[in-house]
Each structure stands twice: as C-alpha cells, then as structure tokens.
Ligand binder design. Sequence first.
Ligand SMILES: Cc1cc2nc3c(=O)[nH]c(=O)nc-3n(C[C@H](O)[C@H](O)[C@H](O)COP(=O)(O)OP(=O)(O)OC[C@H]3O[C@@H](n4cnc5c(N)ncnc54)[C@H](O)[C@@H]3O)c2cc1C
Length: 491
Amino acid sequence: MNHPSDRPGPHPSDRPRRSAASRRPDVAGPSDVSDPSDVSRPSGLSGLTGPAYEPGDAGYEAEVAPLNRAVVQRPALVVGAACAEDVAAAVRYAVGTGRAVSVMATGHGPSVAASGHVLITTRRMDAVRVDPEARICVVGAGARWRDVLARTTPHGLAPLNGSSPAVGAVGYTLGGGVGLLGRRFGYAADHVRSLDVVTADGRTRHVTAADDPDLFWALRGGKGNFGVVVAMETDLFPVARFYGGGLYFDASHGPEALRTYVEWTRKVPEEMSSSVLLIRYPDHPSSPAPLRGHFVTHVRVAHTGPRDEGERLVAPLRGVGPRLLDTVAETPYSAIGTVHHEPTEEPYSAFDRATTLGPLDRAGAEALLSLAGPSAGAPYIVELRHHGGAYGRVPRVPSAVGAREAEFTLYSGTGPGEEERAAQLALFEKMRPWGAGAAFLNFSGPDQSAPGIVATAYAPGDHARLVRLKQRYDPGNVFRVNHNIRPGGPG
Ligand SMILES: Cc1cc2nc3c(=O)[nH]c(=O)nc-3n(C[C@H](O)[C@H](O)[C@H](O)COP(=O)(O)OP(=O)(O)OC[C@H]3O[C@@H](n4cnc5c(N)ncnc54)[C@H](O)[C@@H]3O)c2cc1C
C-alpha cells in the first residue's frame, strides 16, 4: 500500500518436530541494538536480554514509536524483546499484573489506541535462516520482508512477500498476506509450516498442523489474537525473476487506464499479479520528478511466466497511451519492491480502510472513477488489488483466512482529519453494490477495529470457531490491542 502522504518440499508433519527458534541460535540478529547497561527493569522482569522501558525512561519514546502514527500506544511498559524468552517473560508479567499485551514489529499496521498495557517490540528478533534444499525459511518475529528477500533470492528462491519490503513478515502472514505471487500460489498464510508462539498462559509452543491443528488454523488468519509469534517457518518458491513494474498514467489517460485494467483482469493467467493505485502526487521535491504534482493512475504488474508472454499480456495496458513513467521490464525477484514503489522509512499518519469486492463491471469502474479519479478531488488514495486464482482455493492445510471469493480488495488511505475519514467511509458505502462483504484485516486500520467489523473478515462458521478457540487459548483476552476477536463474540 502507498499512503496519503506518499511520494512516491515435504509437509510439516513429515518433518522432525523441533522448535523453529531452536534451530536459530542467532535469534537476536545483527541489528540487535539493545544496550544492557541502559536497561531499566521493573520488578518481576529480571533476566531480560533486551531492554524494558516505562514512561519517562530515556528509551521509551523511541521504543514505542510506530511507523504509522494513526493511533497512539502509551504502554505502562515496553519490552524490546531480543529472544523468545523475553517475549514469554513479558507475557507472563502482563498476565500477572492484569495488563493487556500488544506486539509491534514495524508499526505499519495500527489497529487501536491503547495505554497502560505491555507492548512487546520484536524488531531485534530479525534473524532469517534459509534451507535452500528444503525450500523453507525460518524468520524471527521482527524480520521484515527485505531481510527475508536478502537471504532467499541469492538461492533463486522467493518468499510470498507483499508489495513493501519494509513490512514485517510475521504480522503480514498472520493477516493472510496478499503478495505479488499470490494469484499463483495463494495467501502467504497458506504456506506456513510451523509457528513458535507464546500464548496467554506464558507457554512457548511449537505449533504445526499435526501437533496442534486448532491453534495452527487460528493463528494463520487470526493475526495477533492468539499469541505472540516468535518464529515462523514457511515455504519458498523457485522464482528468480519476473516481468513487471509500474505503468504510470497522467490524468488525461488515467480513467481509460482504470477501465482497461478492470476489463484486462478478467483475462489474465494466474502467473500475472496486478493492482492499480489512484493517487495525486504532491508538487514537492520529495515526489519523483516525472510524477510530481500529477494525478497518477499507477498500474502495477508482476508476471512470472516467460518474458515474451509477459510483454504480450502487458501490451493492452501500454496501448492506453503514453506513460509518465514505465518501469515494466525483466526484473530480478530481489527487486520486487520496485513494482509498487511504496514509501518505507519516514513515519506518517494514515487511516487505512479496506473491503473485498466481487466482479467489477463497467459501472463499478465508473463509480470508482467518480469517487477517486482525477476529477474527484478526493482526500484519499485508492488501490484495487486483483485477487482470484489461488487465493480462491482452500489450501491443503486450511487456515482461518477469509476472503476466498474476493475478485479484488479495495483499499484506501487518508489523513487523520474527521472530514477526510468521513469522505473515505462514504467511498466504501458507495462501492457497496460491488462489495463481497468481507473486511481484509491486513489493509484495515483503526476505523475498522470494532469486533463486529473484524468478524466479517472470516467466513461465518470460521469466525464462530475462532471465538471458541479464543475462549480456549486466551479466555481473558490478553491479546486485545489489535483487530480483536473477543472470547465472548463480537457482541
Ligand atoms: C506500505 C505497506 C504495504 C503493505 N503491503 C501489503 C501487501 O502487499 N499485502 C498484505 O497482505 N499486506 C500489506 N500491508 C499490510 C501489512 O501486512 C499489515 O499492516 C501488517 O500487519 C504489518 O505487519 P508489521 O509487523 O509490519 O506491522 P505492526 O504494526 O508492527 O504489526 C501489526 C499487527 O500485526 C500483528 N503482529 C505483528 N507481529 C506479530 C507477532 N510476532 N505475533 C503476533 N502478532 C503480530 C499484531 O496484531 C500487530 O498489531 C502493507 C502495509 C503497508 C503499510
């Protein structure tokens, strides 16, 4: 996703049952910046490897700061976990003192404002271990996709990463994970082999389909509701290159680009993943020169079939007219982040909202143009991602991930003002005739955190099962600073 201020092998049950984390002696990873001499220790939390801060401590503000500042968290204690034991100690401390637990890797995915709880930050746990023969990797809770790509792509292997290499691999995957290989291979959550997770009882469990099928099902899609994942073992795919990039159309060609794109998605093979972003780039030096000050319709494509087939498939999109910028080319998978070209490092404040759509007809495309096209003057950005293909197929080991019937996700990001957010809500109301009725939590922000909205992210029977499992694994709703599944149901 961009945001409004943007400038631009064998099955797990066939394998030895060892903890993923136990095979990673370097859990703290090279970016462990903790300074034990600078650590303050609330009583009951001695023996942490990473730091812990309370409000007023020197390291507190930096430790709690998320990338997306749409909502604020003011925890009573933040634990900068450096290993699984730190996470378990923090959870036990929170439960023992009657506090909720939240977890943050990068702060890309804000959900609800909170205070007085225990925040566990995981960015120090960024180790990635790759087994190229088995085509798997084990990633720490704080690893970003760029950390994973750096380790897998030298072997010609790709993870099911998303559009931005800066996003956390674990948080993304627990929410489903819609990536640039997804129409071919499915949701990232569909290809998880095992998870090491600290549950509300303070235990660290190695969870697989064979050992704990209920928890394994719930974690994959249930996001942060069932515990803090400390390590994730997941499949890799032999994809070393793709034909793709961005086609950036100006305002005069944007509407036709959107119409053509929507029509085009009906015919493309599963090897083609794509999306389109409608955005006005600020007339500011931070915007890329060819896009600065323009309303841009940015069509993104990634085709993993043969190059000439990719060129043939992209030709109707190029046929719309001249592009301000055209980066579609043969590209190594290590550069997959260039397709969406999303901002990564600067903090921002964006209210995200998303829903799933069914098929989009011409009227749907026109409705979207009237609400978010070049002449709409909208205070938000809008993105359509093409689903279908393998997203629609239930994986061999089913997960809680919903939205299997979606043809598209519709995402919008806007600023914090009440008027902007009201306009954004109106956009979604007006697109309701094309809706598939489901929220998609990875793209949902604070305005979609009500449990009744969260429930729509799942098939109705699946949500009821998630509630039952929440009662079993987290009856006190310790993990509630999130898009929450309540043990008592949505209420
Ligand atoms: C620029 C950008 C691009 C994106 N692209 C995509 C995309 O292509 N496809 C897609 O599906 N999503 C995408 N997203 C959404 C993203 O996957 C979610 O926001 C995700 O939650 C971010 O995870 P994080 O750890 O980086 O963020 P954080 O804000 O640190 O975490 C968000 C939430 O994830 C959960 N979580 C994180 N770590 C853990 C853990 N170890 N254990 C349990 N729960 C945990 C918690 O509920 C936490 O509140 C994108 C977001 C942005 C901002």
